[in-house]
Design a binder for this molecule. Structure first.
Ligand code: SF4
Ligand code: SF4
Length: 425
């Protein structure tokens, strides 16, 4: 156990031995998947530091912020507007949902045929393994897929839960509904902090979150070079950390990482050679510490050049318009920006197809790997449709259905190796 934080974890009522075992396994995984990479960028030290302190220093910061009266809001979906949380002086964090730990406990209160991501966040809470859950003042869910909607009903017996309604379509009436939900979330935060969010609060918050998205856009643009200057694993980790770390610090650190990458690009250097098959991964989110698929791809001769995912381009593609001068104008800008999210929970969702076609062109993709979590109806349905469309356009596709277990690694690796070999010719 890390003695520096033992008391803090005990106070948070974590299962100390289970938590120790989890950190040990994660440390080993991290070493195998990340620290073993050759020619890693100097800026990756920041990533290693954040991961090593994810349950330590970051939790300490959250608890200190709470002592100062700031609210910590835990979320599971990119639909919950971080701008409002920040405008209310709060801290917005994504909650662990990327590992199998706690699955048995989760299956006691959820159907077994629930996706791994949902079982994971429920499991982390029930098994008392996640210090983020225990540091939150409020958990905010959303009515996206059926699995999450129904889980939140049960989950509210264990945590203080607030649920935003996300429409399933994007017509004018749906926009009104979404705007009312964004306003309700604003009122909820104002009630929690006992003051109104001012126009300056909201303006600053929009800038902070836009800057975070802009630096991630810059990173993505740079990685698109041939040869690619940074591994897909590292970019995934950057995206994952963007949900945990302080947004201003994160932006500064990733700007430095981008400067370093820019130098490499100028010198024509990459982490792989220019003929390495370039893969676009599409589909379900990969929450920390889910590094399974990029690791398999990059240890099978391919390189991930883009993630079409909520922990990827879906979360960073669109910025909030910064021209609004009143709170109402800024709320409208937020509403419009968030309604551009092309989650598979929407019907129809044609824009996702166009966005994927654009990414294939922009990142000079050789093949697409559809990453679907077992039992995820929205993404599994869209994967089949997308596979047909991409086949027609002559874009090689591999459709994968998996969960967080390690049992299918061998079988997946065989399929991915064959795919990479096929597109490499
Ligand atoms: S896939 Fe959809 S439901 Fe899941 S985090 Fe993204 S926007 Fe939210
Ligand atoms: S991965 Fe699919 S089933 Fe799971 S929470 Fe996201 S949208 Fe729902």
């Amino acid at each position: 156990m890390d003695n520096r934080y033992a008391k803090m974890w005990e106070k948070l009522n974590l299962d100390l031995s289970g938590h120790d075992a989890l950190l040990e396994v994660l440390g080993k995984f991290y070493g195998d998947i990340y620290l073993s990479q050759q020619n890693r960028l100097r800026g990756a030290e920041y990533l290693d530091f954040v991961v090593s302190e994810i349950h330590g220093l970051r939790i300490k910061e959250l608890l200190q912020a709470r002592e100062r009266g700031q609210k910590v809001i835990g979320t599971f979906c990119i639909f919950v507007p971080e701008e409002l949380t920040i405008a209310a002086g709060g801290i917005h964090v994504g909650l662990c949902a990327g590992a199998d730990a706690g699955k048995e406990q989760a299956e006691k209160i959820l159907p077994r045929n629930t996706c791994a991501l949902i079982k994971s966040f429920v499991g982390f809470k029930l098994a008392r393994l996640c210090p983020f859950f225990e540091s939150c003042d409020l958990i905010v869910g959303e009515t996206t897929c059926d699995g999450k909607k129904k889980t939140y009903e049960i989950f509210s017996e264990y945590v203080d839960m607030y649920v935003m309604e996300v429409p399933n379509k994007k017509g004018p009436g749906d926009r009104e509904l979404w705007k009312s939900e964004v306003l309700k979330y604003k009122y909820k935060l104002e009630e929690m902090v006992g003051r109104e969010i001012t126009k300056q609060d909201l303006k600053n918050a929009i800038k902070i979150v836009n800057n975070k998205r802009k630096v991630l856009q810059r990173l993505n643009k740079l990685r698109g070079n041939i040869p690619t200057p940074i591994s897909g694993r590292d970019v995934l980790l950057v995206n994952q950390i963007s949900f945990y770390d302080d947004p201003v610090r994160f932006t500064e650190k990733i700007e430095c990482l981008c400067d370093e990458i820019q130098d490499k690009v100028r010198q024509g250097e990459g982490i792989v050679n220019k003929d390495t098959p370039r893969i676009l991964v599409c589909g379900c989110p990969m929450a920390v510490p889910n590094w399974k698929i990029p690791y398999i791809i990059e240890s099978s001769g391919g390189v991930v050049v883009c993630e079409e995912s909520c922990i990827g381009t879906r979360n960073i593609r669109d910025l909030v318009d910064e021209d609004g001068d009143t709170v109402d104008e800024m709320i409208d800008a937020l509403v419009d920006r968030y309604l551009k999210i092309d989650c598979a929970c929407f019907t129809p969702n044609e824009e996702r197809i166009h966005n994927i076609m654009d990414l294939i062109e922009e990142y000079k993709v050789d093949g697409v790997i559809m990453y679907n979590l077992l039992f995820c109806q929205p993404y599994l349905h869209e994967a089949m449709k997308l596979e047909r469309i991409l086949n027609k356009k002559g874009v090689p596709v591999l459709n994968i259905e998996t969960d967080y277990s390690m049992e299918d690694i061998g079988q997946l690796k065989t399929r991915v190796e064959a795919f990479v070999e096929m597109i490499g010719y």
